[in-house]
Design a protein around this ligand. Structure first.
Ligand SMILES: Cc1cc2nc3c(=O)[nH]c(=O)nc-3n(C[C@H](O)[C@H](O)[C@H](O)COP(=O)(O)OP(=O)(O)OC[C@H]3O[C@@H](n4cnc5c(N)ncnc54)[C@H](O)[C@@H]3O)c2cc1C
Length: 383
């Protein structure tokens, strides 16, 4: 197996790293303190072709692979994990799913706008009473002539407070359980589409998270994504790629933590020498390095496998499980290396710890990831 990056991957890394240094460094702290979402900067990433990174060029994208998308999120997360989360929700959860499953009309109508960043998108699956058990949703969509009437609500939706459209899952045949779910494109301007509150979060501040309400919201039947009652397969076909791509955010957090902790250890003196001379500090930096390398290999391997076989789930679950848990531990270690200063808000590492924790919850919790791995390994023995 070849883990060398290709020319296109290196190009994405260099373009996005420059973008992050120039555009995001100046606003990253404000995003956290004021929960500020820089929509103008988000749209610039669209102008650069980095929002529609996996979309073919004829539909307005860059025609690159999921490893490129993961690298894009990793480089953004080295500066702002929150911005990376919003980009991931837009580009992968919403746009990539829409392109892969939408009709020709949907591809022509919505994909170019989202790829260019003219519109911001979100994916609305989670509901107040169905998180891990997402397919137990209550939101319904009933056919009414040439339209569907959607009723219900969604919660914890990344980008919902800013989004121009949502990819929404609803039950079209409630009696059929998971075989009665369909997906719809719902424009924010639709009658009956209502944004609820924006959540005040522990971390990932600046990535807007909110509620959506559908009060008998009417959408044309052309808004159906894929075929009726096949929404669960859309959710499932996207989830593993989503996990492996979003794991890039955890990787970027680890790299940022190691950079900050290493620079600090080289400068700060105690007992007449720099912290970097203490072996207990060296151990932390060495562990950070191992965590980064191991996360990277798990993520690359998962994405390589999924590029040819989307039915495999355990590699992506393992990649994000390891990368996310390692990034929380790495952020805590970075705080420890920096002592009291690490605990202060003016040094970025306490923010990185708050940001890191989200990756153990969003896109399926650590517990659900372990269940996926165990069930795939044990087969019928796990039932
Ligand atoms: C900042 C943020 C952004 C998000 N963005 C989006 C988004 O864009 N779109 C979207 O649709 N959703 C989004 N989510 C929702 C996210 O996917 C859910 O929060 C997540 O799936 C967990 O669901 P829950 O919060 O309802 O927790 P619950 O499902 O209630 O879980 C609570 C606890 O019970 C554990 N648990 C549950 N079931 C089991 C089980 N079978 N075995 C063992 N333990 C179990 C969980 O692991 C967890 O520890 C976001 C969430 C957050 C916090």
């Amino acid at each position: 197996m070849n883990f060398e990056l290709g020319e296109e991957h290196l190009m994405v890394r260099s373009i996005v790293s420059k973008f992050a240094a120039e555009e995001l460094v100046p606003v990253a702290d404000r995003m956290d303190r004021e929960d500020y979402f820089p929509s103008d900067i988000f749209r610039k990433l669209g102008d650069m072709g980095m929002l529609g990174i996996t979309i073919p060029t004829e539909s307005g994208g860059s025609g690159l692979d999921y490893i490129s998308q993961m690298i894009c999120l990793e480089e953004i997360a080295r500066v702002s994990p929150a911005f990376a989360l919003s980009v991931g929700a837009h580009s992968n959860l919403c746009l990539d799913n829409l392109y892969r499953n939408g009709s020709r009309w949907i591809r022509e109508e919505y994909v170019p706008k989202l790829a260019a960043g003219k519109w911001i998108g979100c994916l609305a699956l989670t509901e107040p009473e169905s998180g891990s058990d997402a397919l137990a949703m209550k939101t319904s969509a009933s056919k009414n002539g040439d339209s569907y009437i959607i009723s219900g609500s969604k919660t914890f939706i990344t980008n919902a407070p800013e989004a121009d459209m949502a990819l929404v899952y609803a039950k079209t045949d409630p009696a059929a359980g998971r075989k009665g779910i369909s997906a719809f494109v719902v424009e924010a301007s639709s009658k009956g589409y209502r944004r609820g509150k924006k959540f005040d979060k522990m971390g990932m501040r600046g990535s807007p998270t909110g509620e959506l309400f559908f009060d008998a919201c009417e959408v044309p039947s052309s808004a159906l994504v894929g075929t009726e009652n096949h929404g669960a397969s859309i959710v499932m076909s996207g989830l593993s790629v989503e996990r492996a791509v979003l794991a890039g955010i955890s990787l970027g957090i680890q790299e940022q933590c190691m950079d900050l902790a290493s620079s600090y250890a080289r400068e700060r003196k105690q007992f007449g020498v720099t912290l970097s001379k203490f072996e207990l500090i060296q151990e932390k930096i060495a562990s950070m390095y191992v965590g980064i390398e191991a996360s990277r290999l798990l993520i690359y391997r998962a994405l390589q496998i999924m590029q040819r076989d989307r039915s495999r789930n355990r590699e992506a679950a393992a990649a994000i499980l390891f990368a996310a848990e390692t990034s929380t531990r790495t952020a805590l270690d970075a705080i420890q290396v920096m002592g009291g200063y690490g605990y202060m808000r003016e040094f970025a590492v306490e923010k990185l710890m708050r940001d890191a924790k989200l990756l153990e919850i969003g896109a399926g919790t650590s517990e659900i990831r372990k269940l996926i791995i165990a069930r795939e390994l044990l087969g019928d023995g796990a039932k």
